[in-house]
Design a protein around this ligand. Structure first.
Ligand SMILES: Nc1ncnc2c1ncn2[C@@H]1O[C@H](COP(=O)(O)OP(=O)(O)O)[C@@H](O)[C@H]1O
Ligand SMILES: [Mg+2]
Length: 258
């Protein structure tokens, strides 16, 4: 399935948050969205996933989701969004409940995603008993359980420390490469964008516009290899060059409002 945003804009009341976004997310492609805080990344993600209606422009969907997809558009959030009083397995069951798969069907999917995300031993644990990294694994397991056709991730690793981020990124890419789907990955971390994305969409400060789309042609599996680091460093510089001034101005604006 692919998403095509044409002339998408959004205003919260009189305040324009997004303007003139033209962006296609192809099937089996990961598009990272980077930009200064407050530039409208989460707003755009909400519009792409259909939970927020744009005040200008349209988002077209091309192609049908796989027949076994329970929820074509699925989000993964920074704060994991787990219910603290439910175990890991019961948090995952929650998103399956309304699909009426029966007890055996539900149990089969829960067991499958727990295994794929390395959480088998934690089925009966409560979120508070888990590290941040394990909690986000539950977030990923829960997203995979509904077999999304488009995965929408809003700074999924931002609450985690650097090592945990690296481990989760690796495991996420592993999972994704086995069953690729269209994905949008919002982050303010350039290294993360350079690790996961086929293309990086760079946004300007508020009201967010697309400044540039930078293709990352290095295969994901090669991006940690020493001989690729020169190229990665150059891309990092390119991206940083595009957002540095904007980030500086945005930072002052945010500080001014605080
Ligand atoms: N529900 C809302 N009502 C009013 N303003 C909002 C709302 N959500 C976000 N905003 C404002 O819109 C702008 C873009 O927000 P957001 O999409 O969250 O940016 P980002 O994710 O890039 O930090 C910000 O200035 C933010 O304060
Ligand atoms: Mg945001």
């Amino acid at each position: 399935m692919q998403l095509i945003a044409r002339g998408v804009g959004h205003a919260y009341g009189a305040m324009p948050a997004l303007q003139g976004i033209d962006l296609t997310v192809q099937d089996r492609e990961i598009v990272a969205i980077i930009g200064p805080s407050g530039c409208g990344k989460s707003t755009l993600l909400g519009i792409l996933g259909g939970i927020l209606r744009p005040t200008a422009g349209t988002v077209a969907i091309e192609g049908a989701p796989p027949a076994d997809s329970l929820n074509p558009f699925t989000y993964i959030f920074q704060d994991f969004a787990l219910l603290p009083w439910r175990t890991v397995a019961r948090n995952i069951e929650l998103v399956l409940h309304r699909h009426r798969l029966g007890r055996a069907g539900t149990a089969r999917i829960v067991a499958d995603v727990l295994r794929r995300t390395g959480l088998e031993q934690f089925a009966d644990a409560y979120p508070r008993q888990l590290s941040g990294g394990m909690r986000q694994r539950v977030g990923i397991a829960r997203a995979l359980a509904v077999r999304p056709a488009v995965l929408l991730m809003d700074e999924p690793l931002s609450a985690l420390d650097a090592q945990t981020r690296e481990l989760l990124l690796e495991d996420f890419l592993d999972l994704w490469l086995r069953a690729p789907m269209a994905a949008v990955y919002v982050t303010h971390n350039l290294a993360e964008a350079l690790r996961v994305a086929d293309r990086v969409a760079v946004m300007s400060r508020r009201p967010g516009r697309l400044r540039e789309i930078v293709p990352i042609v290095i295969p994901q599996a090669e991006r940690t290899r020493p001989e690729r680091q020169g190229e990665i460093a150059r891309l990092h510089e390119t991206l940083w060059g595009l957002i540095k001034d904007e980030a500086r101005i945005a930072e002052r604006e945010v500080a001014g409002h605080a």
